[in-house]
Design a protein around this ligand. Structure first.
Ligand code: SF4
Length: 366
């Protein structure tokens, strides 16, 4: 009898603590690192559903019923010099992934048309290479961005790797780019387990140049690579610090031939809990569910919105297949969610004073 009462008391305390944290975020408060770390450690399904209910309220409060849809074009595939352990496109691994050079205008225009037909807000040009420097390739990239912009069918985005100079970021902005995708991938501590051919610092510095150029930042990471819950928590706080506008959460799809090919998939409830924790840490940002959604969440995909997600990568994600976009649109309709997002919804996402992520307290490049 006594032990039953004790268990009920403990549960009530957990329930109340989750509610207090959710309410404080709804009231405009910021969750602390210690409270967030506690949320990441929740184990009981009932507690995770409790957390998701609050994450859903926070999403609705800050984002309404709007869902931001993005798609990507693989603008240059395979043979990448980098050794990211999760990636089918690295030249360091034998994965059988396709390889081709920089994309012509026609496939990009076709992707923009398709996006427009499917209420998809943005098309991102994604290139499998280390990064972009000044030179003829930058000219060609800028041409594709300018064509996308002039076509008026979609918001031009890009994910083109590491940038080492302000001039490159400024050229992309001048060509009409609005948002640049550059993931931190994981925590600073775990990052060397994912890649050794470039550093976390290279990534943070790139984001600094992009923000200075006035570009919106799409930056998130991958879960299920062997990182701890603490690493996931640290990633969310780093993304808050750098002032990311859109936060993609990818779920590892272990690719045969890569070092992570034998990684155990994360349980669905662990994935949903992670999304909910990100929503409480990043209440105003677009939290986007990107690669690995269909393979890892299967029939539970629609629950990402109840866990606080406000954005979805639709169509196929580089080497990872998603369910057809028509099915995604039907899923949104069934849930009363509206994909007609526009760029004005970027406003008021990032708190004043968010820096470039360099860690200097005085830095406020946002
Ligand atoms: S994740 Fe990007 S940088 Fe890393 S190997 Fe793949 S394509 Fe190259």
């Amino acid at each position: 009898m006594l032990s039953t009462m004790k268990a009920t008391l403990v549960d009530a305390t957990t329930h109340e603590r989750i509610a207090a944290l959710g309410q404080s975020v709804l009231n405009g408060g910021k969750i602390t690192r210690a409270d967030a770390a506690w949320l990441f450690e929740l184990e009981a399904t009932a507690d995770i559903f409790d957390l998701m209910a609050w994450a859903n309220r926070v999403r609705e409060h800050f984002k309404g019923n709007k869902i931001h849809l993005c798609s990507i074009v693989n603008a240059k595939a395979g043979a990448c010099s980098e050794n990211c352990s999760f990636c089918a496109q690295s030249s360091h691994y034998q994965t059988g992934s396709p390889k081709y050079g920089f994309v012509d205008p026609e496939p990009v225009a076709a992707a923009a048309n398709e996006a427009n037909l499917n209420q998809v807000t943005a098309v991102g040009l994604v290139a499998a290479w280390k990064g972009l420097n000044e030179g003829p390739m930058l000219d060609e990239v800028c041409d594709r961005i300018a064509e996308l912009k002039a076509g008026g069918k979609t918001r031009p985005d890009a994910s083109l790797g590491i940038i080492k100079s302000q001039k490159v970021a400024d050229r992309l902005k001048a060509a009409g780019l609005e948002c640049y995708g550059h993931n931190l991938e994981s925590s600073r501590r775990f990052f060397p387990n994912t890649c050794t051919t470039h550093t976390y610092e290279d990534r943070v510095q790139t984001i600094g140049y992009l923000k200075k150029a006035g570009l919106k930042i799409c930056s998130g990471g991958i879960i299920g690579m062997g990182e701890t819950r603490e690493d996931r928590c640290d990633l969310a706080f780093s993304l808050r610090e750098i002032g990311a506008n859109v936060v993609p959460i990818n779920i590892l799809n272990p690719i045969k031939g890569t070092p992570f090919e034998k990684n155990e998939p994360l349980p669905v409830m662990e994935i949903l809990k992670t999304i909910a924790c990100f929503r409480l840490i990043l209440p105003r940002q677009e939290i986007m569910i990107a690669g690995g959604r269909t393979i890892n969440l299967r029939e539970s995909q629609s629950m990402v919105f109840m866990a606080g997600a406000s954005a979805l990568m639709v169509g196929n994600y580089l080497t990872t297949l998603n369910q057809p976009v028509e099915k995604d649109l039907q899923m949104l309709k069934d849930l009363g969610l509206d994909p007609s997002w526009d760029s004005h919804d970027f406003s008021d996402q990032v708190e004043a004073g968010a820096g470039c992520g360099c860690g200097e307290q005085s830095c406020a490049t946002a």
